[in-house]
Ligand binder design. Sequence first.
Ligand code: PLP
Length: 435
Amino acid sequence: MITSQFHYRNGVLHVEEIPVKDLIAEYGSPLYVYSATQLIQNYRAVRAAFAPLDPLICYSVKSCGNIGVLKVLANEGAGMDIVSGGELQRALVAGVPPERIVFAGVGKSREEMQQALAAGIFMFNVESTQELDRLQAIAAIAGKKARVALRVNIDVADPDTHAKTATGGRHTKFGIPLQQAQELYLSTDRSALEINGLHIHLGSPIPSPHTYTTAFDKVIEVIKQLRKVGHDITMVNIGGGYPVSYRDPNDIEVPSIGEIGARICEKLHALHGQGVKFMIEPGRVISATAGMLLSSVEYVKQGWDRKIAILDTGMNSLIRPTLYGAHHPIWPVSYEDYSGSWGIYSTAVAGTQEMDVVGPICETGDFFALRRRLPPLSEGDVMAIFCAGAYGMSQASQYNSRPRPAEILVEGTRSSVIRRRESYKDLLEHEIDSL
Ligand code: PLP
């Protein structure tokens, strides 16, 4: 049974020990709110799930990269999975030791490679021959040796996730086709590189343990073949993509990280016994349930056949519903005398009606939920959009010239601003010179 840090007490939604309405009163709306305790709980659940492999856990910064969030995880001992020079800066500013940072992504620029080498990161996950050549040249000039894992595209037949987030198939831009990768491992002309790692990341999220274990069978086979010809793989980065339930914290339909970890550890146990060092790159399984977006009702209007609740932010703050067809639980922050987790919306509640919950952006795709059953709403009601910690604020934009929300971190009875609300000045300041 998972204890969520987002729970109703006598009809009042709390984050840890703070009533959410107090946060709105103090910091305004819309607002991203994260629970430090939930982040830590989720991180520790990952650590426990993968303990038999003793991996370096590199939290995926892209899922929620606020420095305040990174600091909480760095204090727990997390490393970071980065995909840009900007994310490198975030990780370093948060105090993450460089030797716990791994750098993925298909398009690393020269500058980004130089910065990462100068910082002394642990490993580059390299995605093409061209990138390998560039890294060799840059490392040679810098007089450094770069540790490399080749990101191998093993062509996962059934990625078991949304087409836009499946990264392990042959038709995606990710990784090096298996055959090519095997040849690259055996090429010996890159003296500034130490190419003894293998990286895969299948997609995000991947709910079926079977997808991972089938993929890892291929990885084990590749390592065996390489060893036969004298090339040892000593580091294996198995990526991220571990799922969460966007319906209920105790949803049994989505395997827990404990279940997935157990299946993966069982599969990779033998490699661990042979001295292989593991890395994992979990993002959403740590950050998704640790964050929510609060947004206030501006209007409730009557459409042709249903009510439409218009909130004070939309796809500019949380694009997942329209980008991936993602489901996010939504419920008012004050609701009768309900006590319990945010899973309330999934129970049949009397007096609800179907309505659309949309934002103010001028796009038909600007919605949080369509035909969702909700209690009657009126202007000023604050809505909680749950499970928005991952790929929420990190994908937010200023579209329609709307300043991004503030971000707040809560721990127990304390709250602090970890990103101030953007102002109109923030919107305009990069363009001032052209006036
Ligand atoms: N590692 C890599 C290389 C990724 O591309 C991603 C997500 O896109 C992740 C890890 C994290 O995925 P998730 O947040 O689903 O764990």
